[in-house]
Ligand binder design. Structure first.
Ligand SMILES: NS(=O)(=O)c1ccc2oc(=S)[nH]c2c1
Ligand SMILES: [Zn+2]
Length: 240
C-alpha cells in the first residue's frame, strides 16, 4: 500500500531526477529482499564490528541526508568477518526517511517498508588509499543497512544502546550507492532486525531541510531512491 501511495512525482524528485536508472547498471541498489528467494550460505561468518567512539568527528547536512563523519586515517573503527575478505574502515553514517511512517527506507523485505534506514558506510583500506578512491572500486565499499521502526518508549526502559540490533542475522548482496555517483562498488549487508526509535526522533529527521539559508524552505523528507531491478543477483542470508 505504501508503494502505491508513493507519488511518482516524489520518485522524480530533483535528487534522483536524472538518476532513476544508471545506463547499463546491472547491480543497482536499493532492492526488495524476497525472504524466500534468499539463499542461506553456511560459509558466511558472523559480522565483527569494532567502533571507537573517539573517531567520531562531526555531523553535517550534505543535501541528501545528515551525515556523521568519522576519522578514517587509521584502523580504529572497523568491521570484518561476514562476507568480507578483509577489514573495512568506518567513514560515515547517515539515514534515509519518509515524510510519514508509511515509507522511508530504501531497501524492503517482502515489500515491507520501514519509516527509515540507517547506512553505516565503510571502505576497503587494503585495495584503496581513500574513501573517494574506494567508491570507484569493484568491492571498495561495504554499507551496513539497519531498518528503523518507531516505538512507544516508556522512558524508564529507553536504553540508548548502540545503533546495531543485538540479533546477528543479516542478508548480503552486491549493489551500488543509492545516491550519485550510484557506482556499483558496494557489498550490502542488511540487518534482519530493525532498531526501535522513538517517534520524536523520526519527527526530528523531518524537520531538517534540503535547502540552505536564504532559499525557499524544502523539508528534507523522502530522501530515498526507488527500488532497482534485482537482475542476475542472489541475496544470501547468514541465517536459516
Ligand atoms: N546511500 S549509500 O548508498 O549508503 C551511499 C554511501 C556513500 C556514498 O558516497 C557518495 S559520494 N554517495 C554515497 C551513497
Ligand atoms: Zn544511504
Amino acid at each position: 500500500a505504501a508503494c502505491s501511495s508513493f507519488r511518482l512525482r516524489d520518485a522524480l524528485h530533483p535528487l534522483w531526477q536524472s538518476e532513476l536508472s544508471v545506463s547499463g547498471g546491472t547491480r543497482q541498489s536499493p532492492i526488495n529482499i524476497q525472504w524466500r528467494d534468499s539463499v542461506y550460505d553456511p560459509h558466511l561468518k558472523p559480522l565483527k564490528i569494532h567502533y571507537d567512539p573517539t573517531t567520531c568527528l562531526y555531523i553535517w547536512n550534505n543535501g541528501y541526508s545528515f551525515q556523521v563523519e568519522f576519522d578514517d586515517s587509521a584502523d580504529k573503527s572497523v568491521i570484518m568477518g561476514g562476507p568480507l575478505e578483509n577489514h573495512y574502515r568506518l567513514k560515515q553514517f547517515h539515514f534515509h526517511w519518509g515524510a510519514i511512517n508509511e515509507w522511508g527506507s530504501e531497501h524492503m523485505v517482502d515489500s515491507k517498508v520501514y519509516p527509515a534506514e540507517l547506512h553505516l558506510v565503510h571502505w576497503n583500506p587494503v585495495t584503496s588509499t581513500s574513501f573517494e578512491e574506494a567508491i570507484m572500486e569493484n568491492n571498495g565499499l561495504v554499507v551496513i543497512g539497519v531498518f528503523l521502526k518507531d516505538t512507544i518508549v516508556e522512558f524508564d526502559v529507553f536504553d540508548p544502546s548502540c545503533l546495531m540490533p543485538s540479533c546477528p542475522d543479516y542478508w548480503t548482496y552486491d549493489g551500488s550507492l543509492t545516491t550519485p555517483p550510484l557506482t556499483e562498488s558496494v557489498t550490502w549487508i542488511i540487518k534482519k532486525t530493525p532498531i526501535e526509535v522513538d517517534q520524536n526522533q523520526l519527527e526530528e529527521f523531518r524537520m531538517l531541510l534540503f535547502t540552505s539559508a536564504g532559499e525557499e524552505e524544502k523539508r528534507m523528507v523522502d530522501n530515498f531512491r526507488p527500488l532497482q531491478p534485482l537482475m542476475n543477483r542472489t541475496v544470501r542470508s547468514s541465517f536459516r
